[in-house]
Design a protein around this ligand. Structure first.
Ligand SMILES: Cc1ncc(COP(=O)(O)O)c(C=O)c1O
Length: 358
């Protein structure tokens, strides 16, 4: 039997919620959007959340809301899903790819410090796979006028020193893609403490229209999320503690089974810093023989996957040169299956499979 990489935890409650929206006749811009936004804001611990079409839209809107543009530099990690860098490029600003620390797979804070120039306007830090960035260290690496943004696409429910990811920066960006902890099929959200940024995000989500003045101060596009999708998200958000607990249980099962290989230095396992809580959007290990493991395990019906991308190796960004940390993790990272249907036998089979390649 194939062991799936991910499996969205959606069922009867979500189906009933969709049926209710279909029957209501309000398929978009109806009451479910605000309800979903309230759930998100409550969970993240911020006053404002804006639901949007996907995580990439969330990042793009965040860059627009901060008025980033040509001539501005925005520091982003070199090892991330490319949407992080693309969102900066889409507004005409320059994504400055900064290397990551292979131990955390997050931004290397000293490298951030070295990358700051007078043009640096923001850092778009990624809590990769749900591992919280050391926010204090990041803040201390840049001048106070540099805005700190969070790509928390995979960090719903993750906490840094007790504070929710998505509440740390001036804006937090989430994704509700099916491999995320909470899913709406496609979906995303931007969270903020600022009433002004909330208003800008709402304008830019809806063509740039200022509803009060029936005017468009600056054009934008349609990044709305439908009521059908928000309806799926509401019961998902209410089950967030349960969904997170399930992920922690699977992650602990892997970590326990990999302990000997970890102690022998043959595998790096994902772990949040002391006092922080990992969201485990993905359970990504690092091994030397990753490519062979990837091909063989897939052929045997274990759906493993690479971690994410070294963005500096992409044609659009390769003039920025080498980032050794990102490239090493890109070659070595292996995402293991992670979903609520995994049994202890499945975990045994995955770990036994991995163990043959270390
Ligand atoms: C770190 C990160 N940022 C952004 C995104 C983009 O989210 P979406 O697929 O919802 O557009 C992803 C999606 O995988 C991601 O992992």
């Amino acid at each position: 039997m194939t062991i799936r990489l991910g499996l969205p935890d959606v069922g009867a409650e979500e189906a009933a919620a969709v049926a209710e929206v279909l029957a209501s006749g309000h398929l978009t811009m109806g009451p479910k959007v605000g309800e979903f936004e309230c759930e998100i804001a409550g969970a993240v611990g911020v006053p404002y959340a804006v639901a949007v079409a996907n995580g990439t839209a969330a990042l793009h809107l965040a860059a627009m809301a901060l008025q980033l543009g040509p001539g501005d530099e925005v520091i982003v990690p070199a090892y991330t899903f490319p949407a992080t860098a693309n969102a900066v490029a889409l507004v005409g600003a320059t994504p400055v790819l900064v290397d990551v620390d292979p131990a955390t797979m997050n931004l290397d804070i000293e490298a951030v410090y070295r990358a700051v120039t007078p043009r640096t306007k923001a850092v778009l830090a990624v809590h990769l796979f749900g591992n919280p960035v050391d926010w204090e260290a990041l803040a201390s690496a840049v001048p106070p006028e540099v805005q700190l943004l969070e790509d928390a696409a995979g960090a719903l429910g993750a906490t840094w020193r007790g504070m929710q990811c998505g509440s740390l920066g001036v804006l937090g960006c989430f994704s509700f893609h099916p491999r995320k902890t909470v899913t709406t099929g496609e979906g995303g959200a931007v969270t903020t403490h600022s009433e002004e940024l909330d208003a800008a995000l709402r304008r830019f989500r809806h063509h740039g229209i200022d509803m009060a003045k029936a005017d468009i101060p600056q054009p934008s596009t349609n990044y709305r999320l439908s009521d059908i999708q928000c309806a799926i998200g509401i019961p998902q958000m209410r089950r967030l503690p349960e969904l997170l607990a399930m992920r922690r249980r699977i992650a602990a099962g892997y970590t326990e089974r990999l302990a000997e290989l970890e102690a022998a230095g043959k595998v790096v396992v994902p772990r949040a810093a002391e006092g922080d809580v990992h969201g485990y959007q993905a359970y990504v290990i690092q091994i030397d023989n990753r490519d062979e493991a990837l091909t063989t395990l897939r052929a045997e019906g274990i759906e493993v996957q690479i971690g994410t991308y070294a963005v500096n190796l992409m044609t659009a960004y390769k003039e920025q040169g080498s980032r050794p940390g990102a490239e090493a993790v890109f070659r070595r990272a292996l995402a293991l299956p992670l979903h609520s249907q995994l049994t202890d036998d499945d975990l045994d089979r995955v770990v036994a499979g991995v163990a043959r390649f270390v």
